[in-house]
Design a binder for this molecule. Structure first.
Ligand SMILES: *Cc1c(COP(=O)(O)O)cnc(C)c1O
Length: 341
């Protein structure tokens, strides 16, 4: 049974699907996988997730390929990353095998929501883990709920693959130098909301954060990593306060495959004068090209896309990654997990 949705006009937002999958960690071990059709979580009002932010998540996608098969992109990379996040804030790590099994199950159970090939839409997979023990004392929870929900989301670039403007703002940091920025923690997002809303009000699509210690180097764009093309090389910030984006990692590999050199290193703000292309990368958009970077505090404007068009290397990398996700090109790095229906 397929589903009648206007796939190409879906936005990135919550849509109920048929089932979600859940697993509890209690008495020092993970239990059985449960299938639920409830959209609610029944939790104790004293749960650590609610009081002390013991909450982590992931974001990945499944695609209907050219051959009609469903592919989940980089399942293992996301499974490994949520383990790092769990360890980072003292939660029980979800074993890779359990993560895999639950993600595949969530997609299979909701297969009718996987958008058709050619629609530009995909099935977004959102795993979350919550500290569930009722306690008011500040220490890690002893019980956890790990669950995976899925929902169809529309194509990111509805009006085409066009560059947008982003801004630099020094008034807010989203993370601390040796803080939780390297993990996918919900609290990092709470810390970015004020700056994000201000940026949107000023007409920017995102904030490009500077490193929180010296405010000298580039960090990342809120929920997306930053990359630039300089003299034909792919450059991206190395920083202890940014999240290792799976998309960024994939783009780096594709760049190397194309013979493009990759540099992961500190990028000073001034270097923005010397770049030829720039983009924000993440699961939602793959790569979102940047037109101009405005430094709100100094008034300096770094014009990246001089003709207002996405750069050639950004475009090539974007197309290549999409083609691998959709099964249009060989998956030479073994990034896709085919889901049996
Ligand atoms: C999820 C996320 C990204 C993007 O990571 P992908 O794995 O490419 O989706 C970038 N930065 C932050 C802070 C994130 O939470």
């Amino acid at each position: 049974m397929s589903t009648e949705l206007d796939w190409s006009n879906l936005s990135f937002g919550y849509i109920p699907t048929d089932y979600n999958v859940r697993c509890w960690y209690r008495n020092g071990k993970w239990g059985e996988i449960e299938v639920s059709s409830s959209e609610y979580v029944n939790m104790h009002m004293a749960a650590t997730a609610l009081h002390y932010g013991q909450e982590i998540f992931e974001g990945l996608k499944a695609f209907r390929g050219k051959d009609g098969k469903i592919r989940i992109f980089r399942l293992d990379a996301n499974a490994n990353r949520i383990i790092d996040s769990a360890k980072g804030i003292k939660m029980a790590p979800v074993p890779v095998e359990l993560f895999r099994e639950m993600a595949i199950k969530a997609v299979q159970l909701n297969a009718r929501f996987v958008p058709p090939y050619g629609s530009g839409a995909s099935l977004y997979i959102r795993p979350i883990e919550l500290g569930m023990s009722a306690q008011i004392g500040v220490h890690p929870s002893s019980e956890y709920l790990f669950m995976i929900m899925v929902m169809p989301v529309g194509p990111y670039f509805k009006e085409g693959f066009k560059p947008t403007n982003i801004c630099i703002m020094r008034e807010f940091d989203r993370v601390a130098p040796k803080g939780t920025g390297r993990w996918k923690v919900g609290g990092n997002y709470a810390a970015s909301l004020e700056a994000g809303e201000r940026a949107h009000e000023l007409g920017y699509s995102a904030v490009l954060y500077l490193d929180p210690k010296e405010k000298k180097y580039l960090d990342e764009c809120g929920p997306a990593n930053f990359f630039a093309i300089k003299n034909g090389r792919y450059i991206t910030p190395a920083s202890e306060s940014i999240l290792p984006s799976v998309t960024n990692n994939s783009l780096q590999q594709l760049a190397r495959d194309m013979g493009i050199e990759v540099e992961c290193r500190h990028i000073e703000l001034d270097e923005l004068n010397e770049i030829d292309e720039a983009g924000a990368c993440g699961t939602a958009a793959v790569a979102s090209p940047v037109a101009e970077i405005d430094d709100i505090d100094t008034g300096v404007k770094y014009v990246v896309a001089k003709d207002g068009q996405p750069g050639p290397i950004t475009t090539k990398l974007y197309n290549k990654l999409r083609a691998v996700q959709l099964g249009e090109e060989p998956d030479v790095h073994g990034w896709n997990t085919i889901v049996e229906e």
